[in-house]
Design a protein. Sequence first.
Length: 221
Amino acid sequence: MRAIVDQLISHGKVQRGFLGIMLQEITPDLAAQFGTTHGALVADVSPGMPAAKAGLKSGDVIVTFNGKPVEDVTVFRLRVSEIAPGTEVTLEYLRDGKPSTVKILLGNRPSSSVTSSERSTSKDEGVLNGVAVGDITPEVRQQLKLPEDLKGAVITEIDPNSASLRAGLARGDVVLDLDRKPVHSADEAIRLSDEIKGPKVLVRIWRNGTSRYVVVDESTP
């Protein structure tokens, strides 16, 4: 609170610290995939932002912030926003289960976030059984308001009885990664799905301007 008062005195407004990452809580399913039950999971990193410049990547799990444990994503976001831009902070994170530490110079939070027809559609019978995916055509990109550089496979159909639907996947979602491997096309999504052992698969998707991880478990009834 004192930092906010000082900013109001100095600048007449509050300038909030900004990392440029999208975060999500670690559910029990995600904990099994990432090997930790606490921390903030980095779902996506905005290009050119402080976190990206420092080398953070999607799939990293932030476990401490300035020496204090990160247990709750909302509280972590608040702690970052209370620090003035230009301040150097220290993050400890896990990548593939191995701890690393990085120093990041906070940026200034922007006032707003920047954020069919199918060329090919394939029905998945692998670990994403019951999901049909298509390539991202210019028409699909415009319809779903996808960033120009976003690559993946868009979900065009999903079986209402599938494990993918139970995990929260939906039509219009863009599959970005399967089992931490990037997806660039519908055919690649099908190939990776067939190659992954299962029955659980870690999936990163893009939805409504943000990315997030989900775990699809084909063993559940």
